[in-house]
Design a protein around this ligand. Structure first.
Ligand code: XUL
Ligand code: CO
Length: 440
């Protein structure tokens, strides 16, 4: 079938055209080759389209069935249908101009009657994914395994109370890492799925966490064995589907990583809506991970303040994307990670065209965040203010504290001599917020 047949209303490439009329299918800010702070937008942002929402999302919710019009999809879980979706996906991603995609094993290929049959299906689709990557130049940002949909995972996967389920999950992840490796995937993600609990009365938390750590070490061992060079990423999420997920937030994940000798092996994939569900801002989660050298990649989406569940909407808020890019640029980018749109169109946006509007909007929102963050960084006002705020640690007693040259005894002597601390300066929070708004 001709490459343009699934999205006939969309040109071969969504243009960069800042003068296009309002609402036109055109980028007003994302210009892949435009250099910002010495690097192209393409390389700063490393956008990825996610297979599960974009090509498998039906629009169903707890109150009703799917609404999406996907004329190419016969609605079946057949291998043929899965193979056809690969053509759709690569036409979509090519026209959009995103360099990467991400998938779960079960998004791309149907589950078979047993593990061997599932693996066979995955191999057949992976072969086509590989050909399509070669034809289009689109690359795999990360792969992962769906360890939460099948009823066998009702108690979790690596944290299941059933050792056979642990074994099944291990075999599934082994295969998913091999396929990711074969497709040149640059990362592999562990999102907990059902790794958590509903009720502590029936849960051996210590055993479950030990099993999860063992599982990740096994994954790493296998990656070493097959020569997979990609980065492992752990994705925090506080709740949903379980009441308490073990990967609650960046702090909980990093504690788990450190407590289980996984430092340097596993970094974090931070998702906006998961951050807000945990009662944090995305900027907090990014900064917390970044200062510890653990910010690997992001799942770009946003929640709804009034709904309070994981709505996975496309990011449109420039304030949010500016905050994200300030942290990402401060650490010098995300590579080998990137910006994956773990986001779905609303149930009411059921036409194929809406998928384009959603991604173009998200990419432009991040491109604007990138440009605004670069402008803020260029002028240096913000970094000067922060530097000034902590300047009492640059010399004198502050410097001695930071250099570990004094303890309580010396500090007591210092303060007894001085009597009272130097007066505080204003935090100037409102002025700083005004300054940020001047860049927007
Ligand atoms: C679930 C979620 C997942 C992970 C990959 O909330 O974010 O899609 O990103 O398993
Ligand atoms: Co995610």
């Amino acid at each position: 079938m001709a490459a343009s047949s699934y999205f006939p209303k969309v040109p071969a490439k969504i243009p960069f055209d800042p003068k296009a009329k309002k609402g036109a299918l055109a980028f007003k800010h994302y210009q892949a080759d435009k250099v910002v702070e010495g690097r192209s937008m393409r390389n700063w942002l490393r956008f990825a389209v996610c297979y599960w929402h974009t090509f498998r999302g039906t629009g169903s919710d707890p109150f009703g069935p799917g609404t999406m019009q996907r004329p190419w999809d016969d609605g079946s879980d057949s291998l043929n249908n899965a193979l056809k979706r690969v053509d759709v996906a690569f036409e979509f991603i090519s026209k959009l101009g995103a360099p990467y995609y991400c998938f779960h094993d079960r998004d791309v290929a149907p589950e078979g009657a047993n593990l061997a049959k599932s693996n066979k299906n995955l191999d057949a689709v992976a072969e086509k994914l590989k050909e399509s990557q070669a034809k289009t130049g689109i690359k795999l940002l990360w792969g992962t395994a769906n360890l939460f949909s099948n009823p066998r995972f009702m108690h979790g996967a690596a944290t299941s109370c059933n050792a056979d389920v642990f074994a099944y999950a291990a075999a599934q992840v082994k295969k998913a890492i091999e396929v990711t490796n074969d497709l040149g995937g640059e990362n592999y993600v562990f999102w907990g799925g059902r790794e958590g609990y509903m009720n502590l009365f029936n849960t051996d938390m210590k055993r479950e966490l030990d099993h999860l750590a063992k599982f990740m070490h096994m994954a790493h061992d296998h990656a070493q064995k097959i020569g997979f060079k990609g980065q492992f990423l752990f994705e925090p999420k506080p709740k949903e589907p379980t009441k308490h997920q073990y990967d609650y937030d960046a702090a909980a994940c990093l504690n788990f990583i450190r407590a289980n000798d996984l430092e340097g092996i596993v970094k974090l994939n931070i998702e906006t809506n998961h951050a807000t569900l945990a009662g944090h801002t995305m900027m907090h989660e990014l900064e917390y991970a970044s200062i510890q050298g653990a910010l690997g990649s992001i799942d770009a989406n946003t929640g709804d303040l009034l709904l309070g569940w994981d709505t996975d909407q496309f990011p449109t808020d420039i304030y949010l994307t500016t905050q994200c890019m300030l942290v990402i640029m401060k650490q010098g980018g995300l590579a080998p990670g990137g910006v994956n749109f773990d986001a779905k169109v609303r149930r009411e946006s059921f036409e194929p065209l809406d998928l384009f509007y959603a991604h173009v909007g998200g990419m432009d929102a991040f491109a604007r965040g990138l440009k605004i963050a670069a402008a803020i960084r260029k002028e240096g006002l913000l970094s000067d203010l922060v530097k000034q705020r902590y300047s009492s640690y640059d010399a004198g007693i502050g410097k001695q504290i930071e250099e570990g040259k004094v303890g309580f005894v010396e500090l007591e002597k210092y303060m007894l001599g001085k009597g009272n601390p130097d007066s505080n300066d204003s935090g100037r929070q409102e002025m700083i917020e005004n300054i940020i708004n001047e860049y927007l």
